[in-house]
Design a protein around this ligand. Structure first.
Ligand code: ADP
Length: 396
């Protein structure tokens, strides 16, 4: 094929500080090849020429071009087949392919080229300005793609780094809390022996000191247990099954009804609370924690009323709400309370500040989320998302 190209000098705007983009110029017609080479060189690109498919494959490997300007017709095969080969099965090769044709004029040819992975398609006669502008536009696209890939890669690296440091931290918390148990057990045993031996011999002040030491050891034991529980959630690889949420709530509530020290409270559980996929023991402990907090953080002048109900989103996700009429939580703390050991109260209300952190980890290990909506002085609603069992009527 012989094509006349109007040769004009097109000023380069390719920066001299970065290496010029590499173009592989493929055409079996020497005259056309020469003309395009000149246009692209004058536009500031580094241009290498190939006259057939075999040469193109070798040069592409060697030069790693940014773009291959590819004639549809080649003496040793179809340019469309070559495009398919150059772009690879996933059509994701890093170089761009701009197919150019003088004779394959139909729209279906253009479609075939693009389907084979070409990033653009031009039909002769091509104005030199349009050729250079199209090449530049594809290179900009490639640059944007590469930036995206590199950002994604960086994000992936940060993610896996975060995951690893989280795992390290969990491992550390587990090892530390596990190893701390042993010496603490010794301290408790010898304190108990001392208590027996010294009974009746201590002054009032010594007795008070002794009581404080015992309380300190007890509190430390509770903290270690909680830390261990926190670091273990999600590590044990527990099996999930179909869990009837009404039963989980009933089991959690039972402990309060059986406890003589629990204050009076009323609880209303929606009868249509569905079955979910999860770990029954863990879910009972979530409800236990939330109800326990509703009782601990109640308003002194009102009887505690707890309401539990579920709602399904149009997408099928289940949101369970646990509402109380307690003291509420100021907006500034509604995120922080889920951090381990974060407490908004002093020792006047017992607790270690780990309950909600454990609850959140349990719900996250079920693929869900836990958050709170609250107004200071008028109560809180803790909401958690869970995966409902496939058949809504299905119960454990
Ligand atoms: P703990 O109750 O042992 O302190 P949690 O992790 O369960 O630990 O709760 C963290 C903090 O969040 C509590 O110290 C309390 O200040 C606040 N909080 C939790 N639940 C409620 C609630 N239902 N109403 C008001 N405040 C709450």
């Amino acid at each position: 094929m012989r094509i006349s190209l109007n040769l004009r000098v097109i000023k380069t705007n390719v920066s001299t500080s970065t290496p010029a983009p590499i173009i592989l110029n493929v055409d079996d017609d020497e005259g056309v090849r020469y003309a395009r080479h000149r246009i692209l060189s004058l536009a500031g690109f580094q241009v290498f020429d190939a006259s057939n498919a075999a040469e193109t494959v070798v040069l592409a490997e060697e030069k790693q071009p940014d773009l291959v300007l590819l004639d549809v017709h080649l003496p040793d095969g179809s340019g469309i087949e070559l495009c398919r080969k150059l772009k690879g099965p996933e059509k994701t090769a890093s170089w761009m392919v701009l197919q150019i044709s003088a004779s394959a004029l139909t729209a279906s040819h253009a479609k075939e080229s693009l389907d084979a992975g070409a990033d653009g398609y031009l039909m002769e006669p091509v104005d030199p300005d349009v050729l250079v502008a199209t090449v530049r536009s594809l290179l900009r696209l490639r640059q944007a793609e590469q930036a995206l890939v590199s950002t994604n890669q960086k994000l992936e690296n940060v993610n896996s780094e975060l995951k690893r440091s989280n795992q390290d931290l969990e491992q550390f918390a587990f090892a530390a809390s596990h190893d701390l148990q042993e010496p603490l057990r010794n301290i408790s045993v010898f304190l108990a022996l001392l208590d027996e031996e010294l009974a009746g011999t201590l002054t009032e002040r010594q007795n008070e000191y002794f009581t404080r030491v015992l309380q300190g050891a007890g509190r430390m034991g509770a903290l270690i247990q909680d830390l261990l529980a926190y670091s273990q959630v999600g590590r044990e690889g527990r099996q999930h099954s179909i869990v009837d949420l009404r039963e989980s709530v009933a089991e959690a509530v039972q402990t309060f009804h059986q406890s003589a020290s629990a204050p009076d409270f009323s609880i209303e559980v929606a009868p249509d609370l569905p079955a979910v996929v999860g770990d029954s023991t863990h879910l009972v402990s979530v409800f236990h924690n939330l109800i326990s907090n509703a009782l601990k953080y109640r308003r002194p002048d009102v009887e505690t009323a707890v309401r539990i109900w579920g709602e399904r989103s149009p997408g099928g996700e289940l949101t369970v709400s646990v509402q109380d009429n307690g003291i509420g939580i100021a907006p500034a703390y509604q995120q922080q309370i889920f951090e381990p050991f974060k407490r908004l109260h002093g020792s006047e209300i017992p607790g270690n500040g780990i309950g909600l952190a454990v609850c959140r980890r349990i719900i996250q290990s079920h693929g869900g989320q836990l958050w709170v909506e609250s107004e200071l002085g008028s109560g809180s609603t803790f909401r958690l998302t869970l995966r409902p069992a496939a058949n809504p009527s299905q119960r454990a």
